[in-house]
Design a protein around this ligand. Structure first.
Ligand SMILES: Nc1ncnc2c1ncn2[C@@H]1O[C@H](COP(=O)(O)OP(=O)(O)OP(=O)(O)O)[C@@H](O)[C@H]1O
Length: 628
């Protein structure tokens, strides 16, 4: 039952003042709040306190450097309280019983060190519209009854240690929702509300699965390099340091009957390969005369990317070819393999007939933009046969199945692949707005100007999200992060391309330009066999510096971290306004590019640092809804 009248503890002092002072006595051990009470209602003028008719309705203490605990029975008497924010302080211990704050609409306790389980008293606060417990150390399951808080607009629970399953939340007004970075498990309930959120709301929970995050709840597809045939049950999160949890080793061989469009040549046997190659050669020969020789002019990409695509367009005009001309040597002994969950939207024949434009030549092969039947735009990467010859057909198939299973808003999705007789194609979505390399360095004629620091932050966040996802969702890594492999999607979101392809190639065949080399961590400069997630972290550090300075990686000086900031600043026309933020971002870049892989943070830790910078920046601009 709600308490209607606050019990008077001291006839001289209003009970709201007593509440606040008793809160301060334990929560402000460093005495940051200078609360003095001379007159009876002075407390309504205290910093962070807002009253209506002498009763405290808002108590807002974000970023006050509060250090201590949140004492039980302190604020519980503030029964007129509507908003409570203790966001971003250093409060530890459990969150006390708050059930008497029955008028509370917004509760912001994020970015502290609160521990213990989800405070069940919160479930009594039926008027709550905003609840933020993110970035704490809370453990245990999320109560199923969270569904009863039916007015919630904001529910932020990310970066705690919650385990168990996601409750079947279906609050119609839930607009902001995040449970990423916990240890939640099992299938995400497919409610209309939860279906509205994309995978980032659930990311970095290694054992979550289900339709909403495009991850099957069964054992994952095999991946490259694994040898174990026996698959233990899902590994305990505790077995992993730092929160990265590896998926169980795959079952080998893979159950092939589950997917459509299988590569016949590798499943039915040698005899069939020979037969189909002969047949295909006959068909190709017969159709040779009929092949479309006209090369449909594929329009250049969107107007907004005019500058960014100038290099590829010049190459495209001079080397524009039809895919049929380029890959007509294909022996048609295989079909396109559409990765798990993909609809077979087109055939190999359609792909071969598609008009194509050269996008560029990279270390692994040649990349084309292909337009199928004048409608569907794809990117086709034709891998260099010689360089990937070290990878057997079976390993290639297993690897591409694992890579194709990755789905994240910051990854360019693999849709299909193909291999037959030395030819290997990987088909991706086409990203219409060029690459970050184009964006930062522009065409050669224009002088490069570094991006605004907030754009750097946004791109860095997107890339870190994509990398952290790859590392946690599989035992894969990118292996070739660089600005030409970070593409801009239709909303100018940054998406990683070319992830996890480099392991298929013999790196000794590579002749890399100085910029590509500069992304390589010291331990992999000699051989890419030693690629690990930490080498991606190194490349991320180089990429971040490239973003901040607009300088090509081969021109980055080797500096100790404290000189690094001065160099970063010198490359920018800074009026001093961004100094603080540049400092924080440069620090992230420096720690990522440490020589020793062990000293570099894991990608999820990098992501956490970037989130923290973003959140403080938002608070600084008072742009963050509800925190001040
Ligand atoms: N899915 C895609 N959509 C649009 N452009 C793409 C796509 N994939 C690659 N590109 C662009 O095509 C060009 C060639 O890419 P490619 O990956 O072959 O070479 P690279 O990125 O320069 O080097 P590397 O092979 O080492 O990654 C690059 O400019 C890249 O930005």
């Amino acid at each position: 039952e709600p308490i209607t009248y606050p019990p008077q503890t001291n006839l001289m002092l209003p009970s709201d003042a007593v509440s606040i002072l008793s809160f301060k006595s334990k929560a402000d051990l460093h005495n940051k709040l200078l609360y003095v009470l001379n007159e009876r209602f002075d407390y309504c003028q205290w910093r962070g306190v807002n009253c209506i008719q002498g009763r405290v309705v808002r108590f807002l203490l974000p970023n006050f450097g509060l250090f201590g605990t949140f004492p039980a029975n302190s604020l519980s008497r503030l029964d007129q309280l509507r908003v409570l924010s203790l966001h971003n302080n250093s409060l530890s211990g459990p969150i006390p019983d708050l059930s008497s704050l029955y008028n509370l609409k917004s509760l912001f306790l994020g970015r502290n060190h609160f521990s213990g389980t989800f405070p069940s008293s919160i479930l009594f606060l039926h008027r709550l519209t905003s609840l933020d417990l993110s970035y704490n150390e809370l453990t245990g399951p999320l109560p199923v009854n969270l569904t009863t808080l039916d007015r919630l607009n904001i529910l932020r629970l990310e970066w705690n240690r919650f385990n168990g399953t996601v409750p079947p939340l279906n609050q119609p007004f839930l607009l902001i929702f995040n449970v990423s970075g916990n240890n939640l498990t099992g299938k995400i309930p497919v409610t209309p509300t939860l279906s509205k959120f994309n995978t980032t709301a659930f990311s970095l929970n290694p054992h979550l699965c289900g339709k909403i995050i495009n991850k099957a709840c069964t054992t994952r597809a095999p991946f490259f390099g694994s040898s174990s045939a026996s698959s233990p049950a899902v590994q305990s999160p505790k077995a992993n340091s730092g929160g990265i949890v590896a998926l169980p080793p795959p079952h080998l061989p893979k159950k092939k009957h589950q997917r459509p469009g299988m590569v016949l040549g590798f499943t039915v046997g040698i005899a069939l390969i020979i037969f189909s190659v002969l047949l295909a050669l006959a068909v190709v020969k017969k159709q040779g005369g009929k092949k479309r020789v006209e090369s449909k002019e594929t329009k250049p990409t969107t107007a907004s990317s005019e500058a960014t695509n100038s290099k590829t367009q010049v190459e495209g005009v001079s080397e524009r070819k039809s895919v049929i001309n380029e890959i007509q040597k294909l022996k048609k002994s295989g079909n396109l393999v559409f990765v798990d969950g993909e609809v077979e939207g087109y055939s190999l024949e359609q792909l071969m007939r598609a008009s194509a434009e050269l996008l560029g030549r990279g270390s692994m092969g040649i990349t084309y933009k292909a337009v199928i039947d004048g409608q569907l735009i794809l990117t086709v990467k034709r891998l260099d046969a010689g360089k990937t010859a070290v990878t057997s057909g079976e390993v290639f198939e297993q690897h591409m199945d694992a890579v194709g299973a990755l789905r994240h808003p910051n990854l360019v999705p693999v849709r299909a692949y193909f291999q037959a007789k030395g030819e290997r194609l990987v088909i991706y979505d086409y990203q219409p707005n060029g690459s970050v390399s184009n964006l930062v360095h522009g065409s050669r004629s224009t002088r490069a100007k570094p991006l605004h620091w907030t754009s750097c932050l946004k791109i860095a966040e997107d890339v870190a999200e994509g990398l952290a996802y790859i590392h946690q969702a599989s035992r894969l890594f990118h292996g070739n992060l660089k600005s030409s492999n970070v593409l801009l999607g239709s909303d100018f979101e940054a998406c990683l391309a070319d992830y996890s392809l480099v392991v298929l190639a013999d790196s000794s065949c590579f002749t890399e330009d100085p910029d590509s080399l500069a992304y390589k961590a010291p331990e992999i400069r000699k051989s890419s066999r030693r690629l690990t997630p930490k080498s991606d972290v190194y490349a991320f550090g180089v990429f971040l510096l490239e973003l901040l300075t607009g300088k090509l990686p081969s021109r980055h000086p080797v500096l100790v971290p404290r000189d690094m900031l001065e160099w970063v600043r010198a490359t920018r026309e800074d009026d001093g306004g961004e100094y603080h933020w540049l400092g924080m971002l440069t620090e992230v870049a420096s720690v990522c590019s440490l020589t020793s892989p062990e000293q570099r943070p894991a990608m999820w830790q990098v992501l956490k640092m970037i989130h923290e910078i973003k959140e403080s920046a938002m608070m600084d601009d008072s742009a963050s809804f509800g925190y001040s």
